[in-house]
Design a protein around this ligand. Structure first.
Ligand SMILES: *Cc1c(COP(=O)(O)O)cnc(C)c1O
Length: 395
């Protein structure tokens, strides 16, 4: 992944911060991923968990846009015992990178693809009798590990009743290559101020678990908690927590953020550079549609990022940091470029921070999410691969 050869134009800018950069990056906009922050968040979480509750690092969607392979390696070195992704493809990427830790796939995988999963020692999720019947017809060279998903109120996927549970367990005894190694559920509102629905889900889960243990007296792993549940009730998370958003240093909601169970460190920051600066007289239009007109003589800067990078058009009017000060985006955001009203003249090449810290100022992922009327999860997932991820810290 990391190479020290090649021509890197912004090495001079980054070398003070000991950043190792990948080959072939020529653009002046980049995301920095602080792997030390990921390590820190995992270790702080680890300290609050009982000894026998382990961590599954959730790295679906390319580790929430942070890059799945470096995050996986960091998470495993920091104490995570398992990885989880949404797709079989995402699991195979990790195997191809030489990662041999246990991997759980949360999403539905077609029965025809289960032999590939078994071959790569990838654990799959299931919740349908019909799916098991199809898989039971196949022969496996290596064993296939499965976790069973229970729908206790999320309303998405999973077994809902004791009757369904019984039917599925009957089907599980049919193929000697297939092993049930875990059961789990997922909470719909563990991040709410009001935890009554969360507690209802927990009660349903416990009822199903009691019935399950009666019918299936074999040891299996049990896991229920996402970041929100794990931060709030670390002692009640059974064998594993599924640590996603907070591993990246973000809180699952305002309610959880206020509780400050753990002081998390964000791993993701995004930066660019001024590529053009000009003095514009009053009454001039900036960008498509002339939605912004200068009201006086103004300094206008241009940065090379736009909606083609996932820096959405709706961010017009949002402020980013230059010289440690907030400076406003003016005019429509273009596909590749964005204009900023500057408080003074700055040289071309001046660093711009769109997400993260600059001097004492900070733009949090939550600020971007609030401006876009969405949740922080969506932001790093939306900032696409056109913006290179540069890794900082030990790996
Ligand atoms: C994404 C996901 C998680 C992680 O949730 P966070 O809120 O990011 O911690 C856990 N479990 C399942 C099933 C998921 O899909």
């Amino acid at each position: 992944m990391i190479s020290e050869s090649g021509i890197i134009r912004h090495t001079h800018l980054l070398e003070k911060e000991r950043i190792v950069v990948t080959d072939g990056i020529f653009r002046d906009t980049w995301v920095e991923i602080d792997l030390n922050a990921i390590e820190y968040n995992i270790k702080r979480m680890r300290e609050t968990l009982p000894q026998d509750t382990n961590i599954i690092a959730v790295i679906k969607a390319d580790a929430y846009g942070h890059g799945s392979v470096p995050v996986a390696r960091t998470a495993l070195q920091s104490g995570a015992k398992m990885l989880a992704v949404a797709l079989l493809e995402e699991a195979l990427v990790l195997r191809e990178a030489g990662i041999d830790a246990p991997i759980l796939v949360f999403g539905w995988v077609a029965p025809e693809a289960t032999q590939i999963a078994a071959e790569a020692a990838i654990t799959l999720t299931f919740y349908q009798k019909e799916w098991l019947q199809e898989v039971n017809k196949l022969t496996f060279n290596k064993k296939l590990n499965l976790h069973m998903k229970w729908d206790t109120g999320m309303g998405r996927v999973g077994i809902r009743t004791e009757n369904e549970l019984k039917q599925v367990l009957d089907e599980l005894n049919c193929n000697p290559s297939i092993y049930l190694t875990g059961v789990y559920t997922h909470f719909a509102s563990a991040d709410d101020t009001d935890l009554s629905y969360f507690n209802e889900q927990r009660a349903r889960f416990e009822k199903l678990l009691t019935e399950f243990k009666r019918l299936w007296p074999h040891p299996i792993d049990v896991h229920i908690g996402n970041s929100a549940a794990s931060l709030r009730l670390p002692k009640e998370m059974y064998d594993y927590i599924r640590f996603g958003i907070s591993m990246y240093g973000l809180y699952p909601s305002k309610a959880v953020k206020q509780e400050e169970n753990i002081a998390l460190r964000p791993a993701f920051s995004m930066h660019s550079k001024l590529i053009h600066v000009k003095r514009v007289p009053a009454g001039e239009s900036i960008s498509y549609g002339g939605t912004y007109q200068t009201t006086t003589d103004e300094w206008i800067g241009t940065i090379p990022i736009g909606y083609g990078d996932g820096w959405l058009r709706k961010l017009q009017g949002f402020s980013i940091l230059i010289d440690g000060k907030p400076q406003q985006i003016v005019g429509r955001i273009c596909m590749d470029q964005t204009m900023i009203r500057l408080d003074k003249d700055y040289p071309v090449g001046t660093k711009v921070t769109l997400i993260g810290k600059q001097d004492h100022a900070v733009i949090e992922m939550d600020d971007v999410a609030d401006y876009l009327d969405t949740i922080n999860y969506e932001i790093p997932c939306t900032i696409n691969k056109r913006i290179p991820r540069i890794y900082k810290g030990s790996l």
